[in-house]
Design a protein around this ligand. Structure first.
Ligand SMILES: Cc1cc2nc3c(=O)[nH]c(=O)nc-3n(C[C@H](O)[C@H](O)[C@H](O)COP(=O)(O)OP(=O)(O)OC[C@H]3O[C@@H](n4cnc5c(N)ncnc54)[C@H](O)[C@@H]3O)c2cc1C
Length: 320
């Protein structure tokens, strides 16, 4: 069986969960294996129908409490993998997936293939694509079928399309007594109405060129008109103008929206690595030599404080 660990935050299934389900289904078709999704938490039964159209055969439920630590999830999954003879485990390359993957792989003394962008079967072997050295090198790795295999897949690396519609079998996982040194004492939810950066179709990002936290209001207005999210370079985050959760790049988030508008961002490699896979990149920068112009599809050389208000005005007119 091929097992998917989905990303569910604030009781919402994140898009990457369906991307993983599609990948599982495609691999299952070639390998002649069933597919499963595992859900942890009290309120998750309601999510089962969401997986119906993605060719999932089984949904495993473990639901005796609301919050689980990664160590607990790792322990429960390890037992499930052994019991159900699961051969491939697909996790999202998110904070949670990146934490659970190594716990699991260590348990089986196996490698964990982190943040991969493609996984396919070639000549009876697995071929994976994995960007390394901050995206400067794209490595191609061939793996033998030595199971179990553990992968985390980068969000938006795989397109979403519905596959086979199935009524999945629901299986309750037997409760186990887990001794871990880590306990969740409290869960403090950050109040936000912001569009999730990694899910957003349009991102308007600001860098040091924005000059102040206050000026980001301009980008918020533009993003809200486009129904997008606001991102930031590390300089803007380090200056305290934006929260770290908005940071795009090597030490921030990897995003791949349809449209990425970089405003007052020079285009350092550590920033580019986080957004280079955007479909269309627009750059606004007053320095015509800025590195960002080497990677953008459309470049505007000029003062962002003149250009962005004009853009906002024009978009408003189009919306009238
Ligand atoms: C280990 C490591 C990890 C890192 N991780 C990240 C990361 O995750 N994300 C990240 O972004 N960076 C990261 N960095 C930092 C990175 O190297 C750059 O320093 C940073 O991206 C620069 O941010 P910036 O483009 O906003 O600022 P700058 O490089 O200072 O560029 C500001 C730009 O704004 C333009 N500008 C100024 N005023 C205006 C105006 N009025 N109108 C139009 N344009 C204007 C300027 O011409 C300039 O090009 C990392 C660095 C290291 C060493």
């Amino acid at each position: 069986m091929i097992l998917v660990y989905p990303e569910i935050r604030d009781n919402q299934i994140k898009r990457v969960s369906f991307e993983l389900s599609i990948l599982a289904y495609n691999l299952g078709q070639v390998l002649n294996k069933a597919t499963g999704v595992v859900l942890f938490g009290d309120t998750l039964k309601e999510h089962i129908p969401s997986f119906k159209n993605f060719g999932i055969n089984k949904v495993f439920l473990y639901e005796n409490k609301a919050q689980f630590t990664s160590l607990e999830i790792g322990e429960i999954l390890a037992q499930l993998i052994k019991k159900e003879n699961i051969t491939i485990i697909l996790l999202p390359a998110t904070i949670k997936g990146k934490e659970i993957g190594p716990i699991l792989a260590t348990n089986f003394r196996k490698s964990f293939f982190q943040d991969i962008t493609s996984l396919e079967i070639r000549d009876d072997k697995f071929k994976i694509i994995k960007p390394i050295y901050a995206g400067k090198v794209i490595s191609e790795i061939i793996l033998e079928k030595e199971f179990p295999l553990f992968f985390s897949i980068r969000p938006k690396a795989i397109g979403i399309k519905e596959s086979e519609t199935l009524e999945p079998e629901i299986i309750e996982i037997d409760k186990i007594d887990i001794q871990t040194k880590v306990k969740i004492v409290d869960f403090v939810k950050k109040l936000t109405t912001k569009v999730d950066l990694q899910e957003a179709d349009i991102i308007v990002s600001g860098g040091r060129g924005m000059k102040s936290a206050e000026n980001f209001k301009l980008l918020e207005e533009l993003a809200s008109l486009l129904n997008g999210a606001v991102g930031a370079s590390r300089s803007a985050v380090d200056a305290g103008w934006r929260d770290h959760s908005d940071q795009v790049g090597q030490t921030g988030k990897t995003v791949a929206p349809t449209l990425y508008i970089a405003c007052g961002i020079s285009g350092a490699i550590q920033h580019l690595v986080g957004m280079i896979n955007s479909k269309i990149i627009v750059a606004i920068n007053k320095d015509k030599e800025a590195n960002i112009f080497k990677v953008c599809d459309y470049g505007i050389v000029g003062d962002l404080f003149e250009i962005i208000p004009l853009l906002i005005e024009e978009i408003k007119k189009l919306k009238e």
